[in-house]
Write a protein that binds this ligand. Sequence first.
Ligand SMILES: O=C1O[C@H](COP(=O)(O)O)[C@@H](O)[C@H](O)[C@H]1O
Length: 268
Amino acid sequence: MALTWTHKDRGEIRVHEDLEELSIDLVDYIAEMSEASIKEHGAFCIVLSGGSLINLLGKLVETPYNKIVDWAKWYVFWAEERVVSKNHDDSNYKLAKDNLLSKVNVFPRHICSINDTVSGEEAATKYEFAIRQMVKTRTVTASEINDCPKFDLILLGMGSDGHVASLFPNHPALEVKDDWVTYLTDSPKPPPERITFTLPVINSAARVVVVATGESKANAVHLAIDDLPSLERSLSLPARLVQPSSGNLIWFMDKPAGSKLDGFKFPE
Ligand SMILES: O=C1O[C@H](COP(=O)(O)O)[C@@H](O)[C@H](O)[C@H]1O
Protein backbone atom coordinates (compact mmCIF):
# COMPACT_ATOMS: atom_id res chain seq x y z
CA MET A 1 0.00 0.00 0.00
CA ALA A 2 1.20 3.50 -0.80
CA LEU A 3 2.31 5.95 1.87
CA THR A 4 0.85 9.37 1.15
CA TRP A 5 1.13 12.66 2.95
CA THR A 6 1.07 16.37 2.23
CA HIS A 7 4.16 18.45 2.90
CA LYS A 8 3.38 21.96 4.13
CA ASP A 9 4.81 23.59 1.01
CA ARG A 10 6.09 20.86 -1.30
CA GLY A 11 2.74 19.33 -2.24
CA GLU A 12 1.35 15.84 -1.95
CA ILE A 13 3.77 12.93 -1.74
CA ARG A 14 2.84 9.39 -2.77
CA VAL A 15 5.45 6.72 -2.12
CA HIS A 16 4.50 3.42 -3.72
CA GLU A 17 5.42 -0.11 -2.83
CA ASP A 18 6.54 -0.86 -6.40
CA LEU A 19 6.33 0.31 -10.01
CA GLU A 20 3.14 -1.65 -10.69
CA GLU A 21 1.29 0.12 -7.88
CA LEU A 22 2.77 3.48 -8.92
CA SER A 23 1.71 3.12 -12.54
CA ILE A 24 -1.87 2.17 -11.58
CA ASP A 25 -2.14 5.18 -9.26
CA LEU A 26 -0.61 7.49 -11.89
CA VAL A 27 -2.92 6.44 -14.74
CA ASP A 28 -5.93 6.57 -12.37
CA TYR A 29 -4.94 10.13 -11.52
CA ILE A 30 -4.51 11.08 -15.19
CA ALA A 31 -7.89 9.57 -16.12
CA GLU A 32 -9.54 11.44 -13.24
CA MET A 33 -7.93 14.76 -14.22
CA SER A 34 -8.86 14.20 -17.86
CA GLU A 35 -12.50 13.79 -16.88
CA ALA A 36 -12.44 16.81 -14.55
CA SER A 37 -10.78 19.09 -17.14
CA ILE A 38 -13.15 18.04 -19.92
CA LYS A 39 -16.11 18.74 -17.64
CA GLU A 40 -14.65 22.11 -16.73
CA HIS A 41 -13.59 23.47 -20.13
CA GLY A 42 -14.24 20.82 -22.78
CA ALA A 43 -10.64 19.71 -23.32
CA PHE A 44 -7.74 18.04 -21.53
CA CYS A 45 -4.40 19.75 -22.19
CA ILE A 46 -1.74 17.34 -21.02
CA VAL A 47 1.99 17.92 -21.20
CA LEU A 48 4.37 14.95 -21.44
CA SER A 49 8.10 14.64 -20.83
CA GLY A 50 10.54 11.92 -21.86
CA GLY A 51 12.44 9.22 -20.01
CA SER A 52 11.18 6.37 -17.88
CA LEU A 53 7.96 8.21 -17.07
CA ILE A 54 6.45 7.22 -20.43
CA ASN A 55 6.68 3.49 -19.64
CA LEU A 56 4.64 4.12 -16.51
CA LEU A 57 1.77 5.40 -18.67
CA GLY A 58 1.46 2.07 -20.49
CA LYS A 59 -1.72 1.08 -18.68
CA LEU A 60 -3.57 3.98 -20.31
CA VAL A 61 -3.78 1.92 -23.50
CA GLU A 62 -5.34 -0.99 -21.64
CA THR A 63 -8.90 -1.61 -20.40
CA PRO A 64 -10.60 0.16 -18.67
CA TYR A 65 -8.68 3.39 -19.43
CA ASN A 66 -8.60 2.99 -23.22
CA LYS A 67 -12.40 2.87 -23.10
CA ILE A 68 -13.25 5.42 -20.41
CA VAL A 69 -10.88 8.21 -21.39
CA ASP A 70 -12.35 10.70 -23.88
CA TRP A 71 -9.30 10.72 -26.16
CA ALA A 72 -10.98 13.00 -28.71
CA LYS A 73 -10.80 15.83 -26.18
CA TRP A 74 -7.09 15.38 -25.46
CA TYR A 75 -4.50 17.94 -26.58
CA VAL A 76 -0.95 16.71 -26.13
CA PHE A 77 2.14 18.85 -25.61
CA TRP A 78 5.72 18.27 -24.47
CA ALA A 79 7.52 19.99 -21.61
CA GLU A 80 10.74 19.42 -23.51
CA GLU A 81 12.11 17.88 -26.65
CA ARG A 82 15.48 16.91 -27.96
CA VAL A 83 16.63 18.54 -31.21
CA VAL A 84 16.62 15.34 -33.24
CA SER A 85 14.33 14.02 -35.94
CA LYS A 86 10.99 12.55 -34.91
CA ASN A 87 12.09 9.04 -35.79
CA HIS A 88 15.30 9.23 -33.76
CA ASP A 89 15.50 7.05 -30.65
CA ASP A 90 16.21 10.16 -28.53
CA SER A 91 12.98 11.85 -29.61
CA ASN A 92 10.45 12.33 -26.82
CA TYR A 93 7.73 12.51 -29.48
CA LYS A 94 8.73 9.07 -30.81
CA LEU A 95 8.79 7.62 -27.30
CA ALA A 96 5.26 8.84 -26.58
CA LYS A 97 4.00 7.92 -30.04
CA ASP A 98 5.33 4.36 -29.92
CA ASN A 99 4.14 3.68 -26.38
CA LEU A 100 0.93 5.66 -26.10
CA LEU A 101 -0.29 7.95 -28.86
CA SER A 102 -0.30 5.40 -31.68
CA LYS A 103 -2.48 3.13 -29.53
CA VAL A 104 -5.29 5.51 -28.56
CA ASN A 105 -7.64 7.79 -30.47
CA VAL A 106 -6.06 11.20 -29.92
CA PHE A 107 -6.63 13.29 -33.07
CA PRO A 108 -3.29 13.84 -34.86
CA ARG A 109 -4.18 17.55 -35.13
CA HIS A 110 -4.38 17.70 -31.33
CA ILE A 111 -0.79 16.48 -30.97
CA CYS A 112 1.33 19.61 -30.61
CA SER A 113 4.77 18.21 -31.23
CA ILE A 114 7.89 20.26 -31.78
CA ASN A 115 9.13 20.99 -35.31
CA ASP A 116 12.09 18.72 -36.07
CA THR A 117 13.13 20.34 -39.37
CA VAL A 118 14.55 23.59 -38.00
CA SER A 119 17.17 24.69 -35.47
CA GLY A 120 16.46 24.42 -31.73
CA GLU A 121 16.11 28.20 -31.51
CA GLU A 122 13.55 28.33 -34.32
CA ALA A 123 11.70 25.27 -33.05
CA ALA A 124 11.37 26.89 -29.60
CA THR A 125 9.97 30.09 -31.19
CA LYS A 126 7.51 28.16 -33.36
CA TYR A 127 6.37 25.97 -30.48
CA GLU A 128 5.73 28.98 -28.25
CA PHE A 129 3.84 30.70 -31.10
CA ALA A 130 1.64 27.61 -31.59
CA ILE A 131 0.81 27.51 -27.88
CA ARG A 132 0.05 31.26 -27.86
CA GLN A 133 -2.46 30.69 -30.66
CA MET A 134 -4.10 27.92 -28.65
CA VAL A 135 -4.37 30.20 -25.63
CA LYS A 136 -5.95 32.87 -27.85
CA THR A 137 -8.54 30.42 -29.13
CA ARG A 138 -9.03 29.19 -25.54
CA THR A 139 -8.17 25.56 -26.25
CA VAL A 140 -5.46 26.03 -23.63
CA THR A 141 -6.63 27.96 -20.59
CA ALA A 142 -4.84 31.23 -19.78
CA SER A 143 -3.41 31.73 -16.32
CA GLU A 144 -5.38 34.19 -14.18
CA ILE A 145 -2.25 35.49 -12.51
CA ASN A 146 0.31 35.99 -15.27
CA ASP A 147 0.88 35.87 -19.02
CA CYS A 148 1.38 32.10 -19.11
CA PRO A 149 -0.74 29.19 -20.32
CA LYS A 150 -2.40 27.14 -17.59
CA PHE A 151 -2.05 23.54 -18.75
CA ASP A 152 -4.41 21.07 -17.10
CA LEU A 153 -1.61 18.68 -16.23
CA ILE A 154 2.15 18.75 -16.68
CA LEU A 155 3.92 15.42 -16.21
CA LEU A 156 7.61 15.70 -15.35
CA GLY A 157 10.23 13.06 -14.79
CA MET A 158 13.28 13.89 -12.69
CA GLY A 159 16.95 13.07 -13.33
CA SER A 160 19.28 11.97 -10.54
CA ASP A 161 20.81 15.48 -10.74
CA GLY A 162 17.38 16.95 -9.97
CA HIS A 163 16.68 18.19 -13.50
CA VAL A 164 13.11 18.42 -14.71
CA ALA A 165 12.03 18.93 -18.32
CA SER A 166 15.37 20.11 -19.82
CA LEU A 167 16.06 22.51 -16.95
CA PHE A 168 19.38 21.47 -15.44
CA PRO A 169 21.02 22.58 -12.18
CA ASN A 170 22.81 25.94 -12.46
CA HIS A 171 21.92 26.29 -16.13
CA PRO A 172 20.96 29.78 -17.43
CA ALA A 173 17.71 28.32 -18.85
CA LEU A 174 16.48 28.28 -15.23
CA GLU A 175 16.55 32.08 -15.24
CA VAL A 176 14.42 32.60 -18.36
CA LYS A 177 11.30 34.42 -17.26
CA ASP A 178 9.96 36.19 -20.35
CA ASP A 179 9.70 33.26 -22.75
CA TRP A 180 7.44 30.24 -22.42
CA VAL A 181 9.84 28.01 -24.30
CA THR A 182 13.63 28.22 -24.49
CA TYR A 183 16.39 26.13 -26.03
CA LEU A 184 19.80 24.93 -24.98
CA THR A 185 22.79 23.68 -26.92
CA ASP A 186 24.82 22.43 -23.97
CA SER A 187 22.64 20.00 -22.05
CA PRO A 188 24.82 18.16 -19.52
CA LYS A 189 22.90 15.01 -20.41
CA PRO A 190 22.99 13.99 -24.08
CA PRO A 191 21.73 14.91 -26.56
CA PRO A 192 23.11 18.45 -26.04
CA GLU A 193 20.48 20.37 -28.03
CA ARG A 194 17.09 20.60 -26.41
CA ILE A 195 13.94 22.70 -26.17
CA THR A 196 12.21 23.19 -22.86
CA PHE A 197 9.33 24.90 -21.11
CA THR A 198 10.57 27.55 -18.74
CA LEU A 199 9.81 27.57 -15.01
CA PRO A 200 7.04 30.22 -15.26
CA VAL A 201 5.08 27.93 -17.61
CA ILE A 202 5.59 24.86 -15.46
CA ASN A 203 4.58 26.77 -12.34
CA SER A 204 1.44 28.15 -13.97
CA ALA A 205 -0.12 24.75 -14.62
CA ALA A 206 -3.28 23.66 -12.84
CA ARG A 207 -1.47 20.48 -11.76
CA VAL A 208 2.14 19.38 -11.91
CA VAL A 209 3.14 15.77 -11.31
CA VAL A 210 6.78 14.82 -10.75
CA VAL A 211 7.59 11.13 -11.12
CA ALA A 212 10.82 9.69 -9.71
CA THR A 213 11.75 6.04 -9.51
CA GLY A 214 14.82 4.10 -8.41
CA GLU A 215 17.50 4.58 -5.79
CA SER A 216 19.58 6.84 -8.04
CA LYS A 217 16.90 9.54 -7.59
CA ALA A 218 16.71 9.28 -3.77
CA ASN A 219 19.12 12.12 -2.99
CA ALA A 220 17.53 14.50 -5.50
CA VAL A 221 14.07 13.65 -4.08
CA HIS A 222 15.36 14.50 -0.58
CA LEU A 223 16.85 17.82 -1.77
CA ALA A 224 13.72 18.67 -3.75
CA ILE A 225 11.22 18.05 -0.96
CA ASP A 226 12.64 18.01 2.56
CA ASP A 227 13.14 21.03 4.81
CA LEU A 228 16.91 21.45 4.73
CA PRO A 229 19.19 23.17 7.21
CA SER A 230 21.02 24.99 4.40
CA LEU A 231 18.25 25.58 1.94
CA GLU A 232 20.51 27.63 -0.36
CA ARG A 233 22.28 24.47 -1.50
CA SER A 234 19.11 23.11 -2.99
CA LEU A 235 17.78 26.37 -4.37
CA SER A 236 19.16 25.88 -7.84
CA LEU A 237 17.88 22.31 -7.93
CA PRO A 238 15.31 22.50 -10.72
CA ALA A 239 12.95 20.02 -9.05
CA ARG A 240 12.83 22.23 -5.97
CA LEU A 241 11.93 25.21 -8.15
CA VAL A 242 8.77 23.43 -9.27
CA GLN A 243 6.28 25.36 -7.16
CA PRO A 244 2.93 25.85 -8.91
CA SER A 245 1.66 29.34 -8.01
CA SER A 246 -1.95 28.34 -7.67
CA GLY A 247 -2.00 24.73 -8.88
CA ASN A 248 -1.36 21.38 -7.23
CA LEU A 249 1.96 19.60 -7.02
CA ILE A 250 2.04 15.82 -6.61
CA TRP A 251 5.10 13.58 -6.33
CA PHE A 252 4.74 9.96 -7.42
CA MET A 253 7.67 7.77 -6.45
CA ASP A 254 8.62 4.23 -5.57
CA LYS A 255 10.20 3.17 -2.27
CA PRO A 256 13.84 3.35 -3.45
CA ALA A 257 13.35 6.93 -4.72
CA GLY A 258 11.61 7.96 -1.48
CA SER A 259 14.06 6.21 0.82
CA LYS A 260 16.01 9.37 1.81
CA LEU A 261 12.96 11.50 2.60
CA ASP A 262 12.81 12.75 6.18
CA GLY A 263 10.65 10.49 8.23
CA PHE A 264 10.51 7.85 5.52
CA LYS A 265 9.49 4.58 7.08
CA PHE A 266 7.51 1.99 5.22
CA PRO A 267 5.65 -0.48 7.43
CA GLU A 268 7.31 -3.94 7.30
O1 LIG B 1 16.83 13.66 -20.13
C1 LIG B 1 15.80 13.43 -19.54
O2 LIG B 1 15.82 12.86 -18.30
C2 LIG B 1 14.74 12.95 -17.39
C3 LIG B 1 14.82 11.75 -16.47
O3 LIG B 1 14.77 10.56 -17.24
P1 LIG B 1 14.61 9.12 -16.57
O4 LIG B 1 14.72 8.16 -17.73
O5 LIG B 1 15.72 8.99 -15.58
O6 LIG B 1 13.27 9.08 -15.94
C4 LIG B 1 13.40 13.00 -18.11
O7 LIG B 1 12.38 13.32 -17.22
C5 LIG B 1 13.47 14.01 -19.20
O8 LIG B 1 12.22 14.08 -19.83
C6 LIG B 1 14.52 13.63 -20.20
O9 LIG B 1 14.63 14.52 -21.28
